[in-house]
Each structure stands twice: as structure tokens, then as C-alpha cells.
Design a protein. Structure first.
Length: 298
């Protein structure tokens, strides 16, 4: 694969004959320049598979993008899009789309399911997205969805019904409820929301639910036997229950609860223990944990 990298060159335009051998270029990086429009000469790149035009000043995507029959990865992070660029929906080959930090985007189009091969959709930190259409459930290959730092008030049915979703990032929104049905999820980040309780999600390996409205340690976590990382800090939880020691795969535990189990010796895989508030009594084997762990922050 031939790669051309012209990032950080203070470029605003490219001449029409910029690519002497356009058919050879499969990866193009144009990040950190001053492009306000996509240069027309990109139209010649018929075999392009990877395109990064992040950190520019783009406001739209030209019609000729539909002719990119082999484009699999498109990164247009941190531009000036005022809405979801609809021309992207014609790129049927697209597998990974990065649209984060485009602060004008408020909604995802209803026909997002035209991107039938999409595997990763990144809409992080657009700040204004308040709706994800139910049609997203038709994206059968989507395994990662990032809508962190937006204005979502719910995890919609469309998200729940995604058949192969493994990683869901919805931190820093206004979500008060996690619906049932996310049984296949392996990683869930719901930090900084308004959540008061969580449902059964027994395939979870990574759960981040810090800065929410939990008043007690969720009982259903007892059944999350695959859990490797758990952050329940900065809630109203007063006690970490004894059953935490049954989560023998746990490698990271972060809590601000003042009461901890006195024996954590069963957590033989624990590498990181974060206790960021005063506790009534430290676990009996805390010295052993400090000596054997990669990190222990008390």
C-alpha cells in the first residue's frame, strides 16, 4: 500500500495535478492543515482505502466521495461540519468513520443504515447530538459506538438491538436509565450521567459508571463474572459488598465508598486498586496488594 502523508504543512489548497500516480495511493493523511474544502484532485484516487482529513476547516463532503469504492476508513474529526455530512452515506465500503469533535452535528440521519459495512462509528465530543435513530440497529457489523460527550437522554432501542455491538461509550451525557437487552456488551462507559441503577449485563468485561446517582452498590454486579475493570467511584455508594471478592477476573477496582471488604485475597488478578476517599478500615491484605500490584492508589 502506497501512503502519502502531508499533515501539518499549513496547506489550504492542492493543485489539480498534485498526484502524479493517483492509482497507486491507498492511504492519504491530510490532518492538521487549513483546508476549508476537500481538494478536487482527490477525485483521482480511485483505490483509496484510508483517508484522514482531521483537524481542518471542512464544512461539507463533495459528491465525488461516492466514487470511492474501496474506502474503508474515513477520519474527518475536528472540522466545522454543521450537520452530519450526508454524502458519506454513499460510501458503501466504509468500515470505520470518525466524526468526533464536530460541534455542529445534532442528529444522526435516519438512513445511517446505508453504511451497511460499518464496524466503528465515532461521534464523540460533538457536544450537541441528542438523537440516535432506531435504524442504526440495521448495522449488522457495527461493534463499537462512541457518542460520549453529547446530549443524549437515553440509550435508544436502536442501540440496544445492534446485533454485534461489543463496545458502547456514552459517558458525559444526560442518561438516567440503562435499558435491558445489552447482554452482548463487553465494554460499557456511562461515566458522568444520571444513572440510579443498572440491569444484568453478564458478558461485561469493562464497566465504568463513575459520577452517577447510584445510592448503593448494584447487586447485579455479583453475576458479572467476566468483569476485569470496574469503576464505581464518585457515586453515593457507602459500602463495597463482600461479593466483590467473587469477581476473580477483576484487575482494576476504583471506588470512593468508605467501607471495603476486609479480605480481598481472593482477587488474585487485581493489579490496580484506587481508593480516592477516606475509608473506615483498609483491607487486611492491603500491604500484599501494594507489593504485588502494578498500581495501587489510596
Amino acid at each position: 500500500m502506497e501512503e502519502l502523508d502531508i499533515r501539518s504543512q499549513h496547506l489550504k489548497i492542492l493543485p489539480d495535478d498534485f498526484f502524479p500516480n493517483p492509482d497507486h495511493i491507498e492511504k492519504l493523511i491530510m490532518a492538521f492543515n487549513h483546508f476549508e474544502e476537500v481538494p478536487h484532485c482527490l477525485k483521482e484516487l480511485k483505490n483509496l482505502k484510508y483517508l484522514c482529513i482531521s483537524d481542518n476547516k471542512l464544512k461539507d463532503i463533495p459528491d465525488f466521495f461516492k466514487d470511492f469504492k474501496h474506502l474503508e476508513i474515513l477520519d474527518i474529526t475536528n472540522n466545522n461540519f454543521e450537520e452530519f455530512p450526508k454524502n458519506i452515506l454513499d460510501i458503501k465500503s466504509l468500515k470505520i468513520l470518525h466524526l468526533s469533535y464536530n460541534k455542529g452535528i445534532e442528529t444522526v440521519p435516519d438512513d445511517i443504515d446505508k453504511l451497511e459495512n460499518l464496524e466503528i462509528l465515532d461521534l464523540c465530543c460533538c457536544n450537541s447530538i441528542y438523537k440516535i435513530p432506531d435504524s442504526i440497529s440495521n448495522l449488522n457489523h457495527l461493534h463499537e459506538l462512541n457518542v460520549q460527550s453529547n446530549k443524549l437522554k437515553e440509550i435508544t432501542n436502536g442501540i440496544v438491538e445492534l446485533p454485534n455491538l461489543n463496545n458502547l461509550y456514552v459517558a458525559e451525557n444526560q442518561i438516567s436509565y440503562i435499558p435491558k437487552g445489552l447482554q452482548q456488551i463487553k465494554e460499557l462507559d456511562v461515566n458522568e450521567n444520571l444513572i440510579e441503577e443498572i440491569p444484568e449485563m453478564n458478558n461485561l468485561e469493562l464497566l465504568y459508571i463513575a459520577d452517577n446517582k447510584l445510592s448503593k452498590f448494584p447487586e447485579c454486579i455479583k453475576n458479572m463474572k467476566k468483569l476485569k475493570e470496574l469503576d464505581v467511584s464518585r457515586n453515593d455508594i457507602q459500602e463495597v459488598p463482600e461479593f466483590i471478592t467473587e469477581l476473580t477476573e477483576l484487575k482494576l477496582l476504583s471506588t470512593t465508598a468508605p467501607s471495603l471488604p476486609q479480605d480481598l485475597s481472593n482477587l488474585t488478578r487485581l493489579e490496580e486498586l484506587y481508593i480516592s476517599s477516606p475509608v473506615e478500615k483498609l483491607p487486611n491484605n492491603i500491604i500484599e496488594l501494594i507489593l504485588t500490584s502494578d498500581a495501587c492508589d489510596i
